[in-house]
Design a protein around this ligand. Sequence first.
Ligand SMILES: *Cc1c(COP(=O)(O)O)cnc(C)c1O
Length: 430
Amino acid sequence: MTSLQDRSRAAVWHPCTQMARLADLPPLPIARGEGPWLFDTEGRRYFDANASWWVNLFGHSDRALHDAIKAQLDTLPHVMLAGCTHEPAVRLAERLSARTGGALGHAFFGSDGASAVEIALKQSFHSWKNRGRPAKREFVCLKNSYHGETLGALSVTDVQVFRDAYDPLLMRAHIVASPDARLGNEAQALTAMRALLAERHAHIACVIVEPLVQGAAGMVMHSPDYLRGLRELTREFGVHLIADEIAVGCGRTGTFFAWEQTQADWPDFILLSKGITGGTMALSLVLTTDEVFDAFWSEDVTRGFLHSHSYTGNPLACAAANAVLDRFDAGQLEDNRAQAERLARAFAPLTSRMAHLRQRGMILAFDVPNAPARFAETFHLKARAHELLIRPIGSTVYLMPPYLIDDATAAFLAGAVTQTLDDLLNDVPA
Ligand SMILES: *Cc1c(COP(=O)(O)O)cnc(C)c1O
């Protein structure tokens, strides 16, 4: 019988993968998950250090999340959200609104992160148009930003490997210098933003930003001060600000919304996905203000936001998200702070082997100086031998683990990373 890996190679077109390379790099055949561990079909285990592409919050097979989904499954798995409504969606929207003190009191539902980005870009443009400003149709993103890979989202994404092949198809967004704590360039980044907004604000609808951590850029971090400056600039020049919290939301950086750390005015939009269902169901949300919402309020149907996805506001996904919020209501953030400190303590002794060890809550990253060619792939393969599932970005190794870090797990992670670095140095075969 052919292996699951061979069948997968023949029938499944894997994401973010050069399929021709799968012979050397066979996908791990995963059979089940339990807590932070994934188990392959042979029973070997791997610590899910990247939380299954940043979605998993409380580990795999979390009882409370599963129970919430099962209860919803027996009641109402799905109904369309146009012309109908249901308790799980209403409750979720109300609870997220409350977490912004009502500032972002209107929730539009999408199915994944990229669709949330598309929705926010369209809403920003359309709200300006409805207010008699149709010329405000340009978008601004930061250098090395990542906002997803559908054509609209890719237009505000500046990661070459994802973007270059499709460049001729994309909208021309403005790409502005991004802040990077390693370079100490936040003031310059704001100056560059000011120059662009001063010149083009009459044509610019919005700026989109990943607050505190540019994830796909390689966990590039900046301070809340930069975001405060950005909020002031976008207000001064009458431009919307979209906080893409798809990766950094849901407690990942130490507060429920990363934006809370700025203590500035709320942005005009916040996007959530990934962690919002704890890694169980596909769901995204676009939260926005009365001001944006009111621009669509009219007797004229075409002034409304006539956008939809079939699974919009799926009740199973909303039930999962409500169960995630229950955890935060019950003190998850305090627990995360203790977990983040454990990670920091476990990795502190290793600083001599790494450059720019940096951390924001439950994201820890470092750069590997003089990394060999194809470092990310090699590190990933060698780490598997140490029960660690991890996917570096370029020469940056990062942990974005489920929120299950006790002292033993923190020590395990630091040990497995160290052993993998040793193997790499000594060229031990994977
Ligand atoms: C993952 C991600 C997206 C895209 O979400 P998908 O669900 O993968 O489409 C957008 N923005 C950020 C910051 C992300 O990390």
